[in-house]
Ligand binder design. Structure first.
Ligand code: G16
Length: 542
């Protein structure tokens, strides 16, 4: 298994710990017990089903039933490729999986079994499981929504739980309608026609490019060319938002012919978005417009609308409502972006890396804008503010239709529908960026000039045990191992405007090093020096 597979297995299995003191066996016809103790078993048999499917390169069945047992029981069993019962020589593995005391043992078991059985985990062929259940109340309904971007699934779950229609068509319609609304609200005489309308999108050879092709068909007002949409090329290899942001070079399929054109890059599941422009005569180097700058653009636009909406113009004070507006970043945010946002009068707060932390923090505001530098982010609107905005907008439609205030209210409502309220979404983020650039009449260069990034460098260091690193203060200070933070501080102090931190990755078996300084050489040297410190304190891994 690779690091990502291990991390996913560890993280997901820790959500379904086995109940203490319960020992289960695959038995006569699968696992069977009181339904209340079966969660971890069903989860683990799902793993077995996937492995069996990969091993046999066939469809495998998973049936949730306790057959003739009483209603409070439930069970789970496998149907083999022939349609018959699970081959008996896999039953001991099923038992061992079910009884593994914790996630680490489970991981070890799976790892050993995959090696012993020579199961291809990295092949192009993915597992296919047919899932069935009987009528027991403890059987969950699984609806396979098919191939989707991660944010589409999050959007659908949210919509479904709000009793809204939640198909891909509704998702696309909501995005295209709210985008159209923002475009229609662009003030007459804005510099819109002066900007280059063409956008080229790198789809990371993943699902995002495929979905953008579909969305594009119902969009008006955008000239989008999609490359790396997965028909050729390998997912995330030399392409995609992570590659572009970390390496700061063009993705495959882009080159000197694209100089001057606005370009964007999605990641493999389309929850990250970065923009870039190809530099002339620069050996494939790019001007990166990262998540921090997307955040800055969004914050600027939202502030502009709030200011317009709250212009007094004879209104009584109680018609003005100043929502709380907060901006959430992580330690990876470029120092120049934080300075810019603070100088613009915005409240900036920091959390640990991970969308789950940023999202939670942003939800504390009426309008919370969060972005990681890597392009993960969105804008959250509180229900209370949206309710007020809806009312205010209807009122303005009666009293001052067509006024700047009414348009500002309509723009904010459109943003709340365009931008994915469930999770960061590269497709909806891209449409909002495009709408705002048209509104401002800005080229990518004008946008990029909002502030100038401090040069930065990110490195990965392999160590024996990355969990030995314990951090505090939104991952800016290492409290264990003792002494390493002092050593990092001493190194950082050698560079003007130097800033550096280390943290254990939560998705790969590495320690991440981030450094920034006033020149590229200084940022590189600082990152390299601190990477060596990590190596000294934590020992090189294999
Ligand atoms: C995930 C998380 C992001 C995080 C990234 C890197 O992204 O959703 O919030 O920034 O991993 O995390 P780490 O530095 O801990 O490895 P993705 O795009 O892989 O889902």
């Amino acid at each position: 298994m690779n690091d990502k597979q291990r991390a996913i297995l560890l993280q997901s299995s820790s959500r379904f710990p086995p109940p203490p003191g319960v020992k289960l066996s695959y038995g006569t016809a699968g696992f069977r017990a009181d339904a209340s103790v079966l969660q971890s078993t069903v989860f683990r048999l799902g793993i077995l089903a996937a492995l069996r499917s990969l091993k046999t390169q066939s469809v495998i069945g998973l049936m949730i039933t306790a057959s003739h047992n009483k209603i409070s029981d439930n069970g789970v069993k496998i149907a083999d490729p022939s349609g018959g019962m699970l081959s008996q020589d896999w039953e001991p593995f099923a038992d061992a999986l079910a009884d593994a005391p914790d996630s680490q043992h489970l991981l070890q078991l799976v790892d050993d079994f995959v090696k012993k059985e020579n199961i291809p985990l990295e092949g192009v062929q993915s597992a296919e499981i047919s899932l069935g259940r009987d009528t027991r109340p403890t059987g969950a309904v699984a609806v396979d929504m098919g191939i989707l971007t991660t944010p589409q699934l999050h959007w659908m779950v949210r919509a479904r739980n709000k009793s809204m229609k939640a198909t891909e068509l509704e998702y696309f319609e909501q995005l295209s309608n709210s985008f159209r609304c923002l475009i229609d609200l662009i003030p007459q005489g804005s510099a819109v026609n002066k900007m280059n309308n063409k956008l080229i999108v790198d789809g990371a050879n993943g699902v995002g490019g495929e979905k953008l092709e579909l969305l594009k068909k119902i969009l008006n007002g955008l000239d989008i060319e999609i490359r790396n949409s997965g028909k050729q090329g390998v997912l995330n290899e030399g392409v995609g938002a992570d590659y572009v942001q970390k390496e700061k070079v063009v993705p495959c399929g882009f080159g000197p012919a694209d100089v001057g054109i606005r370009c964007a890059s999605l990641d493999g599941d389309a929850d990250r978005l970065v923009y870039f422009s190809v530099l002339p005569n620069a050996n494939n180097r790019i001007d990166l417009v990262d998540g921090d700058k997307i955040l800055s653009l969004f914050a600027l636009f939202i502030e502009e609308q709030l200011n317009t909406l709250n212009k007094r113009d004879g209104d009584t004070e109680n018609k003005c409502y100043r929502p709380t507006l907060g901006v959430v970043q992580t330690a990876y945010a470029n120092g120049a972006s934080t300075d810019y946002l603070k100088h613009s009068g915005l409240e900036v707060v920091f959390t640990k890396t991970g969308v789950k932390y940023l999202h939670q923090k942003a939800a504390e505001y009426d309008i919370g804008i969060y972005f990681e530098a890597n392009g993960h982010g969105t804008i959250l609107f509180s229900e209370g503010f949206l309710h007020w905005l809806d009312g205010r907008s209807s009122e303005l439609a009666l009293t001052s239709k067509g006024s700047g205030q009414q348009k500002a209210a309509l723009r904010l409502l459109a943003v709340s529908k365009l931008i994915n309220q469930a999770v960061g979404d590269a497709l909806s983020g891209l449409l909002l960026v495009e709408a705002i650039l048209q509104h401002m009449g800005w080229s990518i260069h004008r946008w990029n000039d909002l502030y100038h990034d401090l040069p930065s460098r990110q490195l990965k260091v392999k160590v024996v045990d990355r969990t030995a690193i314990v951090t505090e203060n939104a991952e800016t200070v290492v409290v264990s191992p003792l002494g390493i933070q002092e050593a990092i501080n001493a190194e950082t102090a050698r560079y003007p405007r130097g800033r550096c931190f280390i943290r254990p990755s939560g998705t790969e078996d590495v320690v991440r090093v981030y450094a920034e300084a006033t020149t590229e050489d200084a940022a590189d040297n600082l990152a390299n020096a601190v990477a060596q410190l990590v190596d000294q304190f934590l020992g090189g891994g294999t």
